[in-house]
Design a binder for this molecule. Structure first.
Ligand code: UDP
Ligand code: MG
Length: 312
């Protein structure tokens, strides 16, 4: 049985990468079709995430097997990816998502398909090494995976959004209706039979990372707060500890009063005011973050809007 494969690629300002990416992906598809592994109706789906450069013009100029989806504006990597997956699930039997910058090793697709044919519904691409990433990016990323797992969100260690999903898996994914989208945490929640495939992470083919430090921190923070309420629980424990300390301090001050030693202690009071005030603000802010999440979810705004589709 041959399968219809759709490769979903979100693109944001990727005009420098797209020619090469298209060349390599088309070649890969051709080989797989020739090998009788996938159906000849297989496609590459580019999602233009509101790029400001010539990305969309480029996508429009490509011929079959490329399909282009233009989002109405920039909605971020995760939403663009979801748009592509949602579209692909109606046409394909098996879907692979990857980045446009060729950092994900295209040859891992063969290994992923092999696993799929063995009956796996989800195959995660796991980076075997990331020597090409800067030490800073590598270390912060690894720390993030560890932290996520400590806080209770199941994230496949060292895997990003390069993965294979069967039609069935993507259909289940589309039942998760959350607006705070963090696919790396959501996909493991689907369950189903899953496995991993290792690949070496390459350097970006061209252009700059679309994830500067600020966006990375936001992404990590969104991931944590969408999947764990442990931060709030930690604040609760902090409150308990401070309360216990306050009992001791009350005792101390009563003793001082009885002894008649009540005038000194200015430093002590100033420190208490600032430390407690700061902790309270942090706590309020943290709780506020979660309320913000509820606010966004309760409005149920659409996660992406498709402006047009070409190449169908
Ligand atoms: N991307 C996107 N929308 C955005 C930012 C990024 O669709 O708002 C795409 C980008 O074009 C690329 C993928 O997401 O295909 C990953 O981005 P990038 O390679 O810049 O991230 P990094 O590999 O540096 O983490
Ligand atoms: Mg990249």
């Amino acid at each position: 049985m041959k399968n219809n494969l759709y490769i979903v690629v979100p693109c944001y300002n990727e005009e420098e990468c797209l020619d090469e990416t298209t060349k390599r992906l088309t070649k890969k598809l051709d080989n797989l079709i020739k090998g009788g592994i996938i159906d000849k109706k297989s496609r590459i789906v580019y999602i233009d995430d509101g790029s400001k450069d010539k990305t969309w013009e480029k996508i429009e100029s490509f011929k079959s097997p490329v399909i282009g989806i233009k989002l109405s504006r920039n909605r971020g990597h995760q939403n663009a990816l979801l748009a592509g997956l949602t579209y692909a699930k109606d046409h394909a039997d098996v879907i692979i998502s990857m980045d446009a910058d060729l950092q994900d090793d295209i040859d891992a697709i063969d290994k992923m398909l092999e696993k799929y044919h063995k009956g796996y519904e989800i195959v995660y691409g796991v980076r075997s090494e990331r020597k090409k990433d800067s030490a800073f990016k590598r270390n912060t990323a690894l720390a993030f995976y560890k932290l996520m797992n400590k806080l209770g969100a199941e994230v496949v260690y060292n895997s990003a959004d390069y993965r294979l999903m069967s039609k069935r898996a993507v259909e289940e994914l589309s039942n998760f209706e959350e607006v705070n989208l963090f696919l790396r945490g959501l996909v493991p929640l689907i369950g189903l039979k899953s496995t991993t495939v290792e690949y070496p992470r390459a350097e970006r083919f061209a252009g700059e990372s679309k994830y500067p430090l600020k966006k990375m921190i936001k992404f990590a923070w969104d991931g944590i707060t969408s999947f764990s309420i442990k931060p709030i629980r930690m604040i609760l424990w902090l409150g308990v500890i401070i309360f216990i300390i306050s009992l001791l301090i009350t005792l101390y001050s009563l003793i001082m009063k009885l002894v008649g030693n009540t005038v000194s202690g200015w430093t002590f009071i100033i420190c208490s005011i600032w430390i407690l005030g700061g902790l309270q603000m942090i706590s309020l802010g943290l709780v506020g973050e979660y309320i913000g999440k509820i606010y966004a979810e309760s409005k149920k705004r659409p996660r992406f809007i498709i402006e047009k589709i070409v190449g169908e």
